[in-house]
Design a protein around this ligand. Structure first.
Ligand code: TNX
Length: 561
């Protein structure tokens, strides 16, 4: 650059003393070209200066990440996410490019920047996000990932695309909601530098949605998946049948949905998923590295099936469509071959469109099934599920049947059943109603929800230790699931009111280690989720226990409507 300015000076000097017209024009041309180069270089340097000078220093440790990562080592500088940023992913690594594109899409939504993925390398480009497949031994589980952020680059390493996807959620959370460089001519989103080492505490991190008491559309379920994936959930359990409705098309038993799908609690129209709809949900969940667990609840909770095909009924009464909220009055006839032919068809058809390893057979609250009939039935159904290559899951009552360690019990209420499951070597999914039920009211004022198990305010939902709860040995615990029963909710806004913010806390209980969990610390991070929830148009319950960050809802406003 000084050389160019020197050149320019000499050219202008020559220009002053030349008399020759031709010479003059050529010198003039030369000086214009040099001037243009100098101006361009000056503006480039200016731009560079801006990128470097205006980064606010940021502290990784002060970020509101949920679930809290295993380890964070801040280096107190900033990486500029801006229009020059690009994403590169490992070539030939299955799923990595899609994960890169997912990140680019989410960056676009949040910042309106079009970040290119795997475009031809531009020499001298600054600010690159690399998503790499790595065989580092430190990445010892499929969902483990590490992120190294410097002022020049972000390197996300994982063993599998699933690990990369979890790491991408962390990156999304690190991008500020607004750009923070007002002096630059273009906006910059500063990501704090440092190192993050992370992996989940539990491999099964789920939520259940009851689409039987009230039906929720494919779009609603997709939105729930979006929100759960952001907090690193990896399981969506769909409660697809109950007394009030049968919600999945079974081609060999068409009346299940024609008749059994026509009602829901409160007399509204109900609804059901065609197999194509279900596949769409499963595929959408898979894109978010979430497994769908289908549940057909049996032998109780089967009124809708028995109304559709009365031959299945075992309670001695003529079944009628049911729109109330009582439980425990229905049962299949456990001694009829037709019932097992029916169960076989249902399990076969659903298993064929379920890539995940699990099939949930319910088994709860079969109050009108005789004990010996219950055991006989569950034993047979467990075998059917295994025949179709799936691992059976049942509510904790399943432990009372002749099951072994190859079935899973979902602990919701009975410590006795949980102990029985442990003695059989079964794995247990922790869903204690008193702590983990998303359909429990927050307090006596809550607009929706029940309270038969407890009132569960946001702190109670977070302050418990699944690792030691009710003395269930840690080695038996597969993970945590927060069920959202839908007797009292009939649309997505009501679903969101009960699920959020509590579902965010369960993500931390299932991903983060006990040492990394602390209510006072969590409460501040939760408060900072408000801008994300608002941007996603989530009608969360603005609990007064939380000092919500600049939320468009104030607690009083919500109370008014
Ligand atoms: C109990 S928990 C049930 C469900 C209800 C729920 C309401 C369990 C396995 N069964 O049928 O919807 O309570 O909170």
């Amino acid at each position: 650059m000084p050389k160019l300015i020197e050149d320019l000076r000499f050219t202008i000097y020559d220009l002053r003393f030349t008399k020759n017209k031709k010479n003059m024009i050529s010198l003039l041309k030369k000086s214009i070209v040099t001037l243009t180069i100098v101006v361009a270089l000056i503006s480039c340097t200016e731009e560079k200066k801006k990128r470097v000078l205006n980064f606010p220093k940021t502290d990784l440790a002060a970020e509101s990440l949920i679930p809290k990562p295993l380890k964070m080592i801040p280096t107190n500088d900033g990486f500029a996410l801006d229009q020059f940023t690009a994403i590169y992913t490992s070539a030939n690594a299955t799923g990595y490019e899609e994960v890169g594109k997912f990140l680019a899409k989410k960056i676009k939504v949040k910042t309106d920047i079009d970040v290119q993925v795997n475009v031809d390398e531009i020499p001298g480009r600054e600010g690159v996000i690399y998503i790499n497949q790595s065989d580092s031994l430190e990445l010892d589980t499929p969902e483990a990932y590490q992120i190294y952020i410097t002022s020049d680059s972000v390197i996300l390493n994982s063993n599998t695309a699933e690990g990369a996807f979890r790491g991408v959620q962390t990156l999304r959370q690190l991008i500020p909601e607004t750009s923070n460089d007002t002096m630059a001519e273009y906006p910059i989103w500063t990501i704090p530098t440092g190192k993050i080492i992370d992996k989940p505490n539990f491999g099964y991190r789920g939520s259940m949605l009851d689409v039987a008491r009230h039906f929720f559309s494919v779009e609603d379920v997709k939105k729930y998946i979006d929100l759960l994936a952001y907090y690193k959930y990896n399981v969506l359990h769909l409660h697809l049948s109950d007394d009030q409705g049968w919600r999945i098309e079974i081609k060999s038993w068409p009346k299940l949905t024609e008749v059994g799908g026509s009602t829901e609690v409160g007399g509204e129209a109900g609804g059901f998923y065609t197999q194509e709809d279900y596949k769409e949900i499963v595929a959408y969940a898979a894109e978010h590295y979430m497994t769908v667990v289908p549940e057909i609840d049996m032998p109780g909770h089967t009124n809708a099936a028995s109304v559709s095909y009365p031959i299945l009924n075992g309670n001695g009464k003529t079944p009628k469509l049911y729109e109330g909220t009582h439980v425990g009055f229905s049962t299949f006839d456990t001694r009829k071959d037709t019932v097992y032919a029916f169960v076989d068809d249902v399990v076969r058809e659903i298993s064929a469109i379920t890539p995940g390893p699990y099939f949930h057979i319910g088994g709860d609250e079969s109050h009108v099934t005789k004990k010996k009939d219950y055991i006989y039935f569950m034993d047979k159904v467990v075998d059917i599920v295994k025949k179709y290559g799936k691992t059976p899951i049942g509510w904790d009552e399943l432990a009372t049947a002749n099951v072994d360690s190859t079935s899973i019990a979902q602990f919701w209420g009975s410590k006795e059943n949980a102990d029985e499951a442990v003695s059989k070597g079964m794995k247990i999914i922790m869903s204690p109603a008193k702590k983990a039920y998303l359909d429990m009211q927050y307090d006596t004022e809550s607009k929706h929800g029940l309270h038969w198990a407890a009132y569960i305010p946001v702190d109670t939902a977070y302050i418990w230790t699944p690792e030691t709860y009710e003395g269930i040995p840690l080695e038996n615990i597969l993970g945590i699931e927060a069920p959202l029963w839908s007797e009292t909710i009939s649309n997505i806004a009501e679903l969101e009111y009960l699920a959020f913010p509590r579902a965010i806390g369960y993500s931390e209980l299932s991903w983060s280690t006990e040492e990394n969990r602390d209510w006072e610390n969590y409460k501040v991070r939760l408060a900072n989720q408000a801008p994300f929830l608002e941007r996603m148009n989530v009608q969360f319950y603005p609990s007064p226990l939380i000092d919500w960050k600049k939320s468009k809802y104030s607690y009083t406003e919500i109370e008014k409507d």
